[in-house]
Write a protein that binds this ligand. Structure first.
Ligand code: NAP
Length: 292
């Protein structure tokens, strides 16, 4: 079994990005600048945004964090989005999800300029991705594709099962892996909570991408020998082995399943760091106006 080491791979990509930042500065330009809007005080969101800001520092990007109160009105949030759209010193920005219930998430995402939409959630970017037109790809699927590419996996004609159909992970990765590309050309099955016979479907899979958010969902009896598994899930479970009393695990029963895999991502240290570095890559692309 070979670990698909997202931490190591993302560190390498960060070094490549840092070098590009130095070149930009050497040419007399300013470094890329990523902004993030955070609404409320959801601890998980705060952790994710802090990690993104820290990653910006690491590669020499500028970053700005706009923290808004949980009760902020939809109108006020839209005016913050408009300001960032107009601010020529900001190359790209994200609105950290989820948003509070009184705010219409789709409406907010549509207000982000597609040219600054480094999360790739705007319908224009999502549509372009489906049509193979160069655009910002959502960070998690972008990171998964890059991880598989860097490990030189041959996916041609393989049966790939994607578990979960969210707009940010499951649906886009199912589209990307079915494309006529080197990291693609899979025959993709997209499973969700209404899918019947998931065990049978997974048993047939050469590659499983799991984005469900349920610890130990994928068990030994669900996978065949030699399977490639990308575990996107991030679940906090109780542990008596850590100081905090908690630990992070994915969707896969790693201890028992990993022995059967040819490749598998760990959690933590797999898809998570690849997601963050892909956001940095998108910001660099925004700075270079690649899609304008
Ligand atoms: P989400 O929006 O909650 O979607 C979960 C998906 O799983 C839904 O499509 C749901 O089906 C499906 N599902 C739930 N129970 C199922 C079951 N028993 N059998 C089959 N499908 C089932 O989740 P998400 O935002 O995509 O996130 C998924 C997981 O990935 C979470 O743990 C999240 O924290 C993690 N995540 C990690 C990263 C990273 O960087 N590593 C990034 C994003 C998300 P229905 O559509 O039918 O409800």
């Amino acid at each position: 079994m070979i670990l698909l080491n997202g931490k190591k791979t993302s560190d390498l990509i960060k070094e490549e990005i840092s070098q590009e930042v130095l070149d930009i500065i050497k040419n007399g330009d300013r470094p890329p600048h990523l902004a993030a809007i955070l609404v409320g005080d959801n601890p998980a969101s705060l952790t994710y945004v802090s990690a993104k800001v820290k990653a910006c520092d690491k590669v020499g990007f500028q970053s700005s964090l706009i923290k808004l109160h949980h009760d902020v009105s939809e109108e006020d949030l839209i005016s913050h989005v408009d300001n960032l759209n107009k601010n020529v010193d900001i190359d790209g920005f994200i609105v950290q999800l989820p948003l509070p219930n009184h705010i219409n998430e789709k409406k907010i995402l549509e207000k982000i300029s597609p040219h600054k939409d480094v999360d790739g959630f705007h319908p224009i970017n999502f549509g372009k991705m489906c049509l193979d037109i160069p655009c910002f790809i959502p960070a998690t699927p972008f990171g998964i594709v890059e991880l598989l590419r860097r490990y030189n996996l041959d996916l041609d004609g393989k049966n790939c099962v994607v578990l979960g159909r969210s707009h940010i992970v499951g649906t886009p990765i199912s589209i990307l892996l079915s494309k006529n590309k080197k990291i693609g050309n899979c025959t993709v099955t997209l499973a969700h909570s209404k899918t019947k016979n998931i065990k049978h479907i997974c048993n047939n899979a050469d590659i499983i991408i799991s984005a469900i958010g349920k610890p130990n969902f994928i068990t030994e009896d669900m996978v065949k020998d030699g399977v490639v598994i990308v575990d996107v899930g991030i679940n906090r479970v109780k542990s008596n082995k850590t100081k905090s009393g908690w630990k992070l695990v994915g969707d896969v029963d790693f201890e028992n399943v990993s022995n059967k895999c040819s490749y598998i991502t760990p959690v933590p240290g797999g898809v998570g760091p690849m997601t963050i570095v892909s956001l940095l890559k998108n910001t660099l692309l925004a700075k270079k106006n690649v899609f304008s």
